[in-house]
Design a binder for this molecule. Sequence first.
Ligand SMILES: Nc1ncnc2c1ncn2[C@@H]1O[C@H](COP(=O)(O)OP(=O)(O)OP(=O)(O)O)[C@@H](O)[C@H]1O
Length: 338
Amino acid sequence: SPNSLPQLPEQSSSSSSSALFPSFPGSESQVYSAAESQDTVFADVAPLLTSLLDGYNVCIMAYGQTGSGKTYTMLGPQSEDDVTLSIEDELELGIIPRATEEVFRLISEKPSGSHWVEVSVVEVYNNEIFDLLAKDSCGRVFGVKRDVVTTKEVHSTIKFLQLVDKGLQLRVKHPTLVHAHSSRSHLVVTLTITMKAVSADSFASSPAQFESTEKLKHIKTKLQLVDLAGSECVGMSGVTGVALRETSFINRSLSALSDVLGAIAEQRSHIPYRNSKLTHLLQDSIGGNAKLLVMLCVSPCQKYVAESLQSLGFGTRARQVQRGQVKKRNLPVSSKSK
Ligand SMILES: Nc1ncnc2c1ncn2[C@@H]1O[C@H](COP(=O)(O)OP(=O)(O)OP(=O)(O)O)[C@@H](O)[C@H]1O
C-alpha cells in the first residue's frame, strides 16, 4: 500500500525492498526488506524450477525503477569494472545463477542423458535484439543485432556463468542522475531444457511443447530470466540525447509488456505480443500455460513515490494474469496410451 511506504531519509538504492508477485495459483505474495538475504528470496523462487522440469515454461523477471535493485536481485552485486559472477560470492548471487544451479541439480536426479540444457543471452536495446553470445571472425565476442540467436549447450553452472559473464560485459549501460551504472537494455537469459520422453504417458498432463521425430519424442521447456531495464521518469533521471531516446524505447517496451499482461488477464482473443521485441521474445514464457513470477523492486525513498506507485501498478497487473491464464494444452498421446 502506498500509505505504508516507510518514511525513510533519502538513501541509496541499496536499501530497496523487493516484493514478490507470483501470478500462479496457490501462491502468496511476499514482501522482502532490503536486509533479506538472496538465499531467502531464492527459497521462494525454487519451486518454479520443479515446474519447469514438470513441463511448464517459466519466466522470472525483475521490474522496477532504475537503481532499485533489479540487477542485484537477478544476478547479484555488480560494478562497472567487474561484471563477473563469481561462485566465491555465493551468498550474494542472485536468481539467475541460483536458478541455473537448481536446474542442474534437478537434472542430476534424472536418468543420465535424459535432459540437456541450451542457453542464449540477449539484450533488447532500443527495440532491437542483440545476441550477446555471438562472436566475430576473430573470435571476439560482441553484441550482434539479430532475431535468430546463438544457443550453446551447457553442462554445468560454471560454464553457464562464464557465458553469462561474457554477455554482461557487452550490456549497454549509461549513467543517469538516479543510478551511475544504469542498465539501458532488457537482459534476457533463456535456458531451453530438452527432455527425452520415454513415452507421452509420462507427460500426459504436461503443457510443454511436444516434438515428435521419427524414433524419439522430446519435450522442450523454456526458462526465461529477465533483468528489465529501469522504468523511469525522464525528469527524475535527468537524461538527454541518446539516453533520452533509450528511455523512450525502455518505457515503450515496458508499457507493451504491461499491455500484454493486461490482455492475458482479461482473456482477450488477441494478445499484442508483436507490439515490441521484448514481448515477442517472451511470448512462450508469459502467455498460455507458462508460469510467470515478477520480482518488483521498489525504492523506500519518499522522493520516488511516483515511480514506486507505477511499479506497484505493474505488479498488480501481473498478479491478475493468473485469472486470465488459458487452460492447459493437452499433449498428443503416444500409440502406447491410445
Ligand atoms: N538488496 C540489496 N542489498 C545490497 N545491495 C543492493 C541491494 N539491492 C540493490 N543493491 C545495490 O544497489 C545498487 C543499484 O542496484 P541495481 O544495479 O541492482 O539496480 P537496477 O534496478 O538494476 O538499476 P538499473 O535499472 O538502473 O540498471 C547496486 O550497487 C546494487 O549492488
